[in-house]
Design a protein around this ligand. Structure first.
Ligand code: DCB
Length: 507
């Protein structure tokens, strides 16, 4: 279903059905630039409705495009090649030297190297531009392999921001340019030169729905509202939350966590209650949490350390204990790519974002950041993580922060999805660190139809989430039937009605 809908949606958004090439995927990084440049007629597709984005561009093609842009008319060319006239006038204008492309079809059709392309683009569009040797040679690690006659061109192209290094900082002077790369380069050049009313398109960062684990994604970060992996691709974490660790420590074992991972989850959340015989009165529950976190990491799953306030809904009540706890955790897991901190489960009661949660979050974030400057930090909001509008009007400062929204399908419906959508539209990154198929008390239902609406909503917005809960309690939100033993894997017969639904949306 998803696969069919995606291209249609992309086409609707772009509104340019005519430029949809059969070999340009809707999530290819270059889809926007190819659409833009082919739409404007700078590069065209082929008769078979392909664009051949990965093919190299030839000297003849680049020179022809630049000639058309500059309004240079073809002169009488020396050969029967289709671009011969444009090649000749470019030669006359000194865009290239005769020995670079002697007038044979093979030479004209050869993939143009990046260093010659830089020279030609600069000559054609920025004849006055000069680059700074010191800056560029430091930024481009393979600068020394640029041939002497192209150094000026490469420096100038680099200084104009038309050509940049690859992810490893290499310029690859002798490599070819793909047609997709050429589109993006021309976009930058034209926009810089103020020609053709060209805007530079955003590269598309590939979406990885249900995105595998730590080894595939590395340390995560937040870009806009997206949770991203180390390559800037969108990541969706989809997994389970434990129930209260003081009650169900057995579901933090290596075997149980592995079982959840084997069923397709890539994240586990460890709910360490403060009250109800939790950490404040029984601090040793921390060891259960650590066992669980270590088991998740060992199974290539992200691990959320959840300071589970609930009965006392004011995060300020145990602020000092929380700071000491997160200081210890941040020191223990400093720099670990898999660990995520959730600093207050569900503020509730007579608390507000401005009065209680934000001041608490500011202090906790400072505490964690002073030890681990990059970790993802999840922050709750009032009314059991539903009063998102307060966050929208006054978000926290700093990077890699996401805000939690929690829902239970039997209680929270379209109105809460609307709040999430509106928060996302305002640039607020949302993580649903707890959701249930039951009503808000963890019982009743299950409400599968409404839960499906939520799952569709989360999928189409790439929202990461953890389901409440991995336990065998006799309540409808529990994913496992009473008495289930997860240590040796979780089979279908051990899944409750909720668990069957939840586990089926992991993949
Ligand atoms: C949240 C809590 C979580 C709670 C679930 C379901 O609370 F974060 O701790 O879990 O949602 O209510 C339940 C367990 C029960 C346990 C109880 C107390 O499933 O077995 O007895 O915690 O420890 C919510 C979420 C939303 C709302 C209210 C609550 N709401 N709440 O929207 O009204 O009152 O706990």
């Amino acid at each position: 279903m998803k696969k069919i809908i995606m291209p249609i949606v992309a086409t609707l958004i772009l509104g340019v059905n005519t430029y949809a090439f059969s070999d340009v995927a809707s999530d290819a990084w270059y889809v926007n630039t190819v659409t833009n440049m082919s739409g404007k007629g700078y590069l065209s597709g082929y008769n078979d409705n392909t664009f051949r984005p990965e093919n190299n561009i030839s000297a003849a093609e680049l020179v022809t495009i630049l000639s058309k842009i500059k309004g240079v008319s073809p002169s009488v060319g020396p050969s029967a090649h289709w671009a011969s006239g444009y090649m000749q006038s470019a030669l006359d204008k000194g865009w290239y030297d005769w020995d670079e492309f002697p007038p044979t079809a093979e030479k004209y059709d050869e993939p143009i190297s990046r260093q010659i392309a830089a020279k030609i683009m600069v000559k054609a569009l920025f004849p006055e531009a000069k680059g700074d040797y010191n800056t560029a040679s430091k930024m481009l690690s393979d600068f020394s392999s640029v041939d002497g006659r192209y150094i000026d061109g490469v420096l100038a192209a680099y200084s104009q921001g038309i050509m940049t290094g690859d992810n490893n900082g290499n310029f690859n002077p002798k490599k070819g340019l793909t047609r997709a790369e050429a589109c993006s380069l021309l976009e930058r050049a034209l926009s810089k030169a103020g020609l053709g009313d060209v805007k530079v398109s955003e590269p598309v960062k590939k979406t990885v729905v249900n995105s595998k684990g730590i080894s595939a994604n590395g340390r995560l970060h937040v870009e806009g509202t997206r949770l991203c992996n180390q390559n800037g691709e969108t990541v969706v974490l989809n997994g389970m939350s434990t129930h209260g660790l003081q009650w169900f420590p057995q579901f933090t074992s290596q075997g149980a966590i592995k079982a959840v991972g084997d069923r397709g989850a890539n994240v586990m959340r460890f709910a360490m209650y403060t009250d109800e015989n939790g950490y404040i009165s029984s601090p040793s529950v921390k060891n259960t949490l650590i066992n669980g976190v270590d088991a998740a990491l060992a199974n290539d799953m992200y691990a959320i350390i959840d300071w589970h306030i609930l009965r006392d809904g004011d995060p300020l009540t145990y602020k000092e204990q929380s700071k000491a706890f997160f200081t210890e955790m941040a020191n223990k897991y400093k720099g670990n790519p898999g660990v995520i901190y959730e600093i207050c489960n569900e503020p509730n009661g007579n608390v507000s974002w401005q009065g209680n949660i934000k001041p608490y979050a500011d202090e906790l974030i400072t505490t964690i950041r002073s030890i681990d400057s990059d970790a993802i930090i999840l922050v709750g909001c009032a009314d059991w993580c539903q009063r998102l509008e307060e966050v929208v009007s006054s978000p926290l400062q700093g990077k890699n922060i996401m805000y939690t929204c929690h829902f239970y399908a039997g209680t929270h419906t379209q109105w809460l999805r609307d709040k999430v959508a509106s928060a996302l539209n305002s640039g607020i990154p949302i993580f649903i660190s707890e959701w249930g198929t039951s009503a808000a008390d963890g019982s009743n239902g299950v409400y599968i139809e409404e839960a499906q609406r939520w799952v569709d909503f989360m999928n189409s917005n790439n929202i990461s989430r953890c389901n409440w809960s991995l336990c065998d309690k006799a309540e409808s939100s529990a994913a496992l039937n009473p008495g289930a033993n997860a240590n040796d894997g979780i089979d279908n017969g051990e899944l409750s009605a909720s668990g069957s639904f939840v586990f089926s949306q992991f993949n």
